[in-house]
Design a protein around this ligand. Structure first.
Ligand code: HEM
Ligand code: HEM
Length: 225
């Protein structure tokens, strides 16, 4: 029942070739968090060992787990509400590349926090974890394993974390480049479908000439005298 209502509501947006406001909010929230996280993780790795580094890692973990939870929620949303069919959805390699890029993004958005979580669960099971510093989060059940096993997990997870970082760093310029090509070269509706409130702005701009014409129209001459 709720799902049907949500689909009906979202259809009002996807019919006009736009992502729903929830889809748009998910996209830009995760995009912002990922860019921050890449910079913060890089910066943290370069801090000298000390209290500042420990605090910086704590924030890295809190934001990373937030990305994990938001991505899971986003995937559920995406399964219930498909994205719009827009000018990018033409048969051919470009569409396939776009779908592959989106799939790879979701893969990395789950793989990054999972590998980070595995690293800490293997080496620092006593360190409390939380989502955004608000909701406590458990460790993976590695505490009872032998130290050799735990260090092996850490080594694999660290390699995976680094691999996912490289994947995201490769995907972002491809994705942004493709979007800019749609916007600047093809001049189609792909970017506008992912911008918040753009349709309202477009509509009011479309109505603006009529409103201006009305306001400058001379008053009707009164007939007879
Ligand atoms: C930097 C981190 C970013 C990530 C992780 C990301 C991820 C994604 C994902 C996973 C989708 C597919 C949505 C779905 O259908 O489920 C998507 C769509 C889209 N993104 Fe991004 N994005 C990022 C940045 C950007 C930026 C900076 C722009 C604009 C320049 C942008 C523009 C778009 C557009 C226009 C779509 C819709 C594409 C279509 O319908 O074919 N994204 N993004
Ligand atoms: C979800 C998005 C995430 C992104 C984009 C991300 C990104 C990064 C980056 C850029 C680095 C620095 C790599 C370097 O300069 O060597 C890093 C390191 C690290 N991250 Fe993440 N991370 C994410 C999530 C997490 C989570 C959820 C955890 C833990 C629960 C975590 C734990 C770690 C640890 C322990 C390191 C240090 C690894 C080492 O010793 O080399 N990360 N991460």
């Amino acid at each position: 029942m709720i799902v049907r209502r949500l689909r009906l509501w979202a259809h009002g947006h996807t019919r006009e070739r736009r992502y729903s406001p929830v889809g748009v909010a998910f996209h830009w929230t995760v995009a912002g968090l990922i860019v921050f996280q890449l910079w913060w993780g890089w910066r943290t790795g370069r801090l000298p060992v000390g209290a500042e580094k420990v605090e910086a890692y704590a924030l890295h973990v809190q934001v990373g787990l937030l990305i994990f939870v938001v991505t899971l929620a986003r995937m559920v949303w995406r399964m219930i509400i498909p994205g719009p069919v827009n000018d990018a959805d033409k048969p051919g390699w470009q569409s396939q590349a776009a779908h592959l890029t989106h799939f790879a993004f979701y893969f990395a958005l789950l793989g990054l926090p999972l590998s980070g979580w595995a690293m800490l669960s293997a080496t620092a099971p006593q360190q409390p974890l939380s989502v955004a510093g608000l909701v406590p989060w458990p460790h993976m059940p590695f505490a009872d394993l032998t130290p050799e096993r735990r260090w092996a997990i850490e080594a694999w997870a660290e390699m995976a974390h680094f691999g996912f970082i490289l994947l995201v760093l490769a995907l972002i310029p491809m994705h942004v480049g493709a979007t800019l090509k749609h916007e600047i070269v093809d001049r189609d509706d792909v970017l506008s479908g992912m911008l918040p409130g753009i349709h309202r702005l477009e509509r009011s701009l479309a109505r603006a000439p009529r409103r201006i014409a009305k306001s400058v129209r001379p008053p009707k001459a009164s007939g007879g005298g």
